[in-house]
Design a protein. Structure first.
Lengths: 383, 304
């Protein structure tokens, strides 16, 4: 792909080549299916230093989970095609052998999974699930491993660790189980932690606790953390940098504060708008993003968000916008008519004048209009 | 309760007994076995222990004809034989107890061989996928395509009729079923996130198979195995009834066969009926326990 990426050069320059723990460059993961090549991750570039947290945000099917698993090398199958580069501490992960990766898994990089109900082995005691890694990777004797397991449980906020290690997963609540999976992930002291929607399966009240726990552990252990989520609110206060993904690409990436202060990409704006706010009167309609994520086998030729974008102009449908830098350093976005600029305002006004459904839906919040976007999105559907 | 409070002004004081009643009625800890399950286990324990210690029990020799009894087929509680004698004057109780040995050996043998061989085949097929799965399951499907009893008769006729070979034959017939169950369960559990989590923690494939998947597969396999045991006991009985097993081995099926001819006479139904009843109760018990086991296991699954 001859996609010009002015951001890439700048990115490596700002982080320094040696400093970054994880460097991902033009990383792609495609799935070869009978229907065609599914481009789940299509040219992602970012880097992450130790002690920093990167939030990856996007709706279902945007490729964020595939990205995390693919970087780690957890995707298996003959139909998985990875290309580009992802280096951990300078070691290339793409194309690395099984034994090479196994040496990294657990001790160098670890992952916390989405659903604590299924990511623990139901027939194995909690204690043994934690000590397994310790004994296997660090060669700790049984007693020491048990001691360490209890300390870990204690550090992830599980009281009465002595009793808990003798229990089975089904005896614990969802939040507790997620704490256990975090303890397992942290057991061998990884330097890089992937948290793949760690709170999606949990109660709202527990979500904050788990996120705070992850944050606290990340700070204490000086880990790099990739926090994958579909909720911008989750990453808002807990990340140093946010990458917004859409249809397998990063469409906006910025330091957290500058992203929220200065949204450029219409998709990010739409995501932000779709979060219900406390100050809104009750029964305010939730703002939705009309349409559906694009077909990843045949993505739109221009901007991938164009079919649903309130700002979209003819140019957007034909020419893919490059990742370009905003005024604030480190803020990259992929848009021809960015939010908050004159070009963007003009484009929106033009669309409103022409009664483009996506634009009207975005401005009025009218779900009927949003539904029209959906119809327009269906091939042969039309309005 | 909620109706009363919602009524507002017309609130009726709730009788104390009502409140304490519901509070104190703590649910009894649900027993895994239940009453029927307890009876079933008692019966199985009785049958298997008596079979094991048969030589030390005060029983008549099972193979010796009691010549003091004038007529064969003497009914129960006559001439010093608790369950009577069979068509050639042998003690039925003793033969039932000794016959239990055959059923016990068949049950344990088929369970062990089926789980070991069938379980391994299924586990490997479900875990390795690809060509290994295709080849293994093709072999299994070929065996499944044969009518079991006919295949069994052929095996016994070919290999010989002693107990060891009968067990081997029945096991061979039951291996495909074990393999399929093991494969299906392995497939399900391989997809679960904890397997991926184990991989992400750096576990090797063999370690994942043995430590993560096997313990999950073995429980449903065992539950299924208990159901197969019932079928295996009947299968051995069928072979014995058809006279295809060694005539020297005392077996319930053989006893039923022996009692078949005198059935036409009057008052001698017990010769065939007692072993039939014992076999019926045994198989029923095994099935019941298998069912309870599966139910208990499923509940645990659902709670996860």
């Amino acid at each position: 792909m001859s996609d010009p990426r002015p951001g890439r050069r700048l990115l490596t320059a700002s982080t320094g080549h040696d400093g970054a723990l994880l460097e991902v460059d033009d990383f792609r993961t495609h799935f070869d299916t009978p229907d065609g090549l599914v481009k789940a991750v299509d040219g992602v570039t970012f880097s992450l230093e130790r002690g920093k947290t990167l939030g990856i945000v996007g709706e279902s099917g945007s490729g964020k989970t595939v990205l995390a698993r693919s970087i780690m090398g957890l995707l298996i199958g003959k139909n998985v095609i990875r290309s580009g580069s992802a280096t951990y501490n300078g070691d290339e992960l793409v194309g690395a052998g099984k034994s090479q990766l196994r040496a990294l898994w657990g001790t160098e990089m670890a992952m916390v999974f989405q659903d604590p109900m299924t990511s623990l082995n139901p027939v194995m005691k909690v204690g043994r699930q934690i000590t397994e890694g310790l004994r296997y990777h660090l060669d700790l004797p049984k007693g020491e491993a048990n001691e360490q397991a209890m300390q870990l449980l204690d550090s992830v906020g599980i009281p009465d660790a002595k009793r808990r290690i003798t229990q089975y997963p089904h005896e614990l609540s969802g939040g507790m189980r997620q704490r256990v999976t975090i303890a397992i992930a942290l057991a061998c002291g990884p330097k890089l932690l992937f948290a793949d929607e760690p709170t999606t399966a949990l109660d709202v009240t527990v979500q904050a606790q788990i996120l705070n726990l992850l944050n606290q552990q990340q700070r204490e252990r000086h880990m790099a953390m990739v926090l994958v989520t579909h909720d911008l609110g989750v990453v808002a206060g807990r990340t140093d940098e946010i990458a917004v993904m859409y249809a397998g690409q990063i469409v906006e990436k910025a330091p957290t504060h500058s992203l929220f202060a200065n949204v450029r990409m219409p998709y990010t704006e739409a995501l932000l708008k779709s979060i219900p706010k406390l100050e809104q009167p009750s029964h305010t309609r939730l703002q939705i993003i009309g349409g559906r994520p694009p077909d990843l086998i045949h993505p739109p030729p221009g901007c991938r968000f164009a079919p649903r974008c309130p700002y979209a102009q003819p140019k957007c449908h034909t020419e893919p916008p490059p990742l370009q830098e905003a005024e604030t350093p480190g803020h990259l976005y992929r848009c021809w008519f960015p939010v908050g600029t004159d070009a963007g305002r003009e484009a929106l006004a033009k669309n409103l004048a022409h009664h483009v459904p996506a634009a009207e839906a975005a401005v009025t919040g009218d779900p009927v209009m949003a539904a029209k976007v959906e119809l327009a999105d269906v091939p042969g559907g039309g309005v | 309760m909620s109706i009363i409070t919602r009524a507002g002004k017309n609130t009726v004081p709730v009788p104390a007994t009502l409140v304490t009643d519901t509070d104190e009625a703590k649910p009894k800890r649900a027993s895994v076995l239940g009453f029927g399950g307890w009876l079933a286990s008692l019966w199985l324990i009785l049958i298997s222990t008596s079979a094991i210690v048969a030589s030390w029990l005060p029983l008549d020799e099972p193979g010796i004809t009691d010549f003091t009894v004038l007529a064969n087929n003497s009914p129960p509680f006559e001439a010093g034989h608790v369950l009577g004698t069979d068509e050639i004057g042998r003690d039925i109780l003793s033969r039932i107890v000794y016959g239990g040995r055959v059923s016990l050996v068949v049950a344990v043998g088929v369970l062990v061989i089926g789980m070991l061989v069938g379980g391994t085949i299924g586990l490997l097929a479900g875990f390795l996928r690809g060509k290994a799965e295709v080849v293994l399951m093709a072999i299994v499907d070929i065996f499944l395509a044969f009518p079991a009893l006919i295949l069994l008769i052929a095996i016994v006729a070919f290999l010989g009729a002693d107990l060891f070979k009968v067990v081997l034959g029945i096991s061979l017939v039951s291996i495909p079923a074990f393999a399929r169950i093991a494969r299906a369960t392995t497939l399900t559990f391989s997809q679960r996130e904890f397997v991926l989590a184990a991989r992400a923690a750096g576990a090797t494939r063999s370690r994942i198979l043995v430590r993560e998947i096997l313990p999950n597969v073995i429980l449903p396999l065992l539950a299924f195995g208990l159901l197969v045991v019932g079928i295996a006991i009947v299968a051995e009985g069928s072979l014995a009834f058809l006279g295809l097993t060694s005539q020297e081995t005392i077996s319930w099926g053989g006893m039923i066969n022996g009692g078949r001819k005198p059935l036409q006479l009057e008052n001698v139904a017990h010769t065939a009926m007692i072993p039939a009843l014992v076999m019926f109760l045994t198989v029923l018990s095994v099935n019941m326990l298998g069912d309870r086991f599966r139910a208990a296991f499923d509940v645990k699954e659902a709670a996860l």
